[in-house]
Design a protein around this ligand. Structure first.
Ligand SMILES: Nc1ncnc2c1ncn2[C@@H]1O[C@H](COP(=O)(O)OP(=O)(O)O)[C@@H](O)[C@H]1O
Ligand SMILES: [Mg+2]
Length: 377
């Protein structure tokens, strides 16, 4: 169990009692985590439902990496997450019901495929290797529990799962691609309005995670873990680090100083990572390119940060970036604050566009000219 309770997250780093999500009464075709335990003990079909939540990661002490760019150490410290996330339930499926298509991601502990389930185009996060050990199975279950407790337009939807080996699979909403792929592997245009919308979507998903009781700290926010729908709505995915107790797990460029030092942490680590997302959104560059992980760590601990963009980046975002990657976690804003500020943002009036459209002439003809008029609503 984590040593941190819900209230203590609020203002960081103070040990407290842990609290749990309550479990709602399962529907008839749903299974839950007790079924999972049973399934690993023997292969008896699971026909019963659980009444009480189970502490699925009490024994967990370390985590593997969640992507090829993730580094981990075996340092174990108290974590900022209450790890008793007991997602309530999910629809159980037989892997035979699935059509498996092209591989679309993964490579850490799981592989993600696109596929089809009940006529629906879906994404399948799979752990098909019969040699995977208990630890990986537990990580898979932990992620499933977290996903099953969430429902928000900026979080990927869970549809169903199979928790019986050897074919463990999470069936979820299929997105178009990751934000990383869009920003760094295409040259598709990204207007300031769209970048702001993506920043707002991400903040909205994270505000939702943080308002859960106990709060859910994602711990692995990076552009590879933000998915885009075809309409370019951002959806959070990959809850693989939510329940880990390894504070040093993560991708260095996105890791707050307290994580880089394996110190106790709070939900403000997601705010730090969000600053890096803002940087990516408004520069279309990855920070610290060309530096080794240890160099990034040292620079960040020395107080260095990427250069705040000065071109094509609203003042609001420049300020948010600086506040969100503050070395002092308590000075970082909450996602509620961030959302409020982003929602109040209005796109700048395109003066040139107005003049081109003849608006300037008509204003001039009214005798006011552009200079003396307020252009804001
Ligand atoms: N629901 C989904 N729709 C579309 N692509 C997805 C989906 N889930 C994951 N992916 C792709 O697979 C990659 C890896 O998935 P992720 O859940 O982050 O696994 P890992 O734990 O291996 O990092 C993502 O970066 C994304 O490119
Ligand atoms: Mg990932």
């Amino acid at each position: 169990m984590s040593d941190y309770g819900s209230d203590e997250f609020e203002d960081d780093e103070h040990p407290g009692s842990s609290s749990k999500h309550s479990i709602s009464s399962p529907a008839s075709d749903k299974y839950s985590d007790d079924d999972y335990e049973e399934a690993f003990e023997d292969e008896t079909p699971m026909l019963t439902q659980t009444q009480s939540p189970q502490k699925s990661n009490e024994h967990k002490t370390s985590s593997s990496s969640s992507s090829s760019t993730t580094t981990t150490t075996t340092t174990t410290t108290t974590s900022g997450n209450d790890t008793s996330f007991r997602g309530t339930q999910w629809t159980h499926i037989d892997p035979e019901e699935l059509e498996i298509g092209q591989r679309i991601g993964g490579g850490g502990f799981a592989i993600v495929f696109e596929g089809r389930w009940k006529g629906k185009h879906v994404a399948l996060k799979t752990l098909f290797d019969p040699r995977v050990g208990e630890k990986l199975k537990q990580e898979f279950m932990d992620e499933l529990h977290v996903m099953s407790s969430l429902s928000h337009p900026n979080c990927v939807d869970l549809y169903a799962a199979n928790t019986r080996p050897p074919k463990l699979v999470i069936v979820m909403e299929l997105c178009d691609r990751s934000l990383y792929q869009f920003l760094h592997q295409t040259k598709e245009p990204l207007s300031q309005e769209l970048a702001m919308q993506m920043a707002r979507d991400t903040a909205s998903g994270l505000a939702y995670l943080h308002e859960q009781s106990p709060p859910i700290i994602h711990r692995d926010i990076k552009s590879m873990n933000l998915l885009l729908t075809v309409n370019k709505t951002v959806k959070l995915c990959d809850y693989g680090l939510v329940t880990t107790k390894v504070t040093a797990a993560g991708t260095p460029s996105y890791m707050a100083p307290e994580l880089l030092q394996s110190k106790p942490f709070s939900k403000k680590v997601d705010v730090y990572a969000y600053a890096i997302i803002l940087y990516e959104l408004f520069t279309r560059e990855m920070p610290w390119t060309g530096y080794a992980a240890m160099e990034v760590r040292q620079m960040v601990l020395d107080g260095e940060r990427p250069d705040v963009p000065t071109v094509d980046c609203p003042y609001l975002i420049r300020g948010l970036m600086r506040r969100c990657w503050d070395g002092d976690s308590q000075k970082r804003p909450s996602f509620d604050q961030i959302l409020t500020e982003i929602q109040a943002w209005e796109p700048p009036i395109n003066h040139i566009g107005l003049l081109d459209a003849g608006v300037g002439d008509s204003l001039d003809s009214l005798g006011g000219g552009m200079m003396g008029l307020s252009l804001r609503k």
